[in-house]
Design a binder for this molecule. Structure first.
Ligand code: SAH
Length: 216
């Protein structure tokens, strides 16, 4: 029980009724993880609203619906090994860690990476590692991955991420030629190659790196 239990329950209802999130395991972990502890102190009261919120370094914590939808599309289970690019606040990392076996998270901004690690450790989350690096290159040492989630939008699907998918593995990533808008894409690795599905328009902060946008 905490002071945000009621708004958190409402968020879950909205995800189920309005956004049609169907994976009960995803809803259950989002019901448990205290999202208000992943946003800046001054925005705590807004943590369960239906939108993204600013965090440090000009970045954002994704809208709850986007976290739920991307997680659902990964179709994780207790033996999944997951790569997450763009850990930001660490909220999505915590959700993935609660569903998968192990999460390998990457964040390019050092201050965010440090804060996210500290926060997750405080919650007793143990099945994650987080490094500060350019995630568009993936994380070769731990590949292949059963799921890869990219929380920032790039112009193309980074080739290293395709290579680092296991057979049957899924990559969920926002892709768009305009840095401000993308389409949510899921790519599944099959015996024949890669199967691509489009889940519609979305808006993420830019994916900056070797296989993303150039830093300006
Ligand atoms: N899932 C996070 C979303 C953070 S916003 C949350 O809900 O808090 C996306 C993050 O992607 C930002 O923190 C940004 O710094 C990071 N990012 C952008 N390009 C990246 C790259 N090439 N490698 C790793 N992280 C990147």
């Amino acid at each position: 029980m905490d002071e945000y239990q009621i708004p958190r329950e409402r968020m879950i209802e909205r995800l189920r009724e309005h956004y049609k999130i169907r994976d009960e395991k995803v809803l259950e972990v989002m019901r448990k993880l205290p999202r208000h502890l992943f946003v800046p102190e001054a925005l705590k009261a807004q943590a369960y609203k239906d939108n993204a919120l600013p965090i440090a370094a000009n970045q954002t914590i994704s809208q709850p619906f986007i976290v739920a939808r991307m997680t659902e599309l990964l179709e994780l289970n207790r033996s999944s090994r997951v790569l997450e690019i763009g850990a930001g606040s660490g909220y999505q990392t915590g959700i993935l860690a609660a569903l998968a076996k192990q999460v390998y998270a990457v964040e390019r901004i050092p201050a965010l990476a440090q804060e996210a690690s500290a926060r997750l450790e405080k919650f007793g989350c143990e099945n994650f590692v987080l490094q500060c690096a350019d995630g568009t290159k993936g994380w070769e040492n731990y590949a292949p991955f059963d799921g890869i989630l990219v929380a920032a939008g790039g112009p193309i699907v980074p080739e290293p991420l395709l290579r680092q998918l296991s057979l049957g593995g899924r990559l969920v990533i926002p892709i768009g030629e305009d840095p401000k808008t993308q389409n949510l894409i899921r790519i599944t690795r099959t015996a024949k190659g890669f199967h691509r599905e489009d889940f519609g328009a979305c808006a993420f902060v830019p994916l900056i790196g070797e296989h993303g946008w150039q830093k300006n």
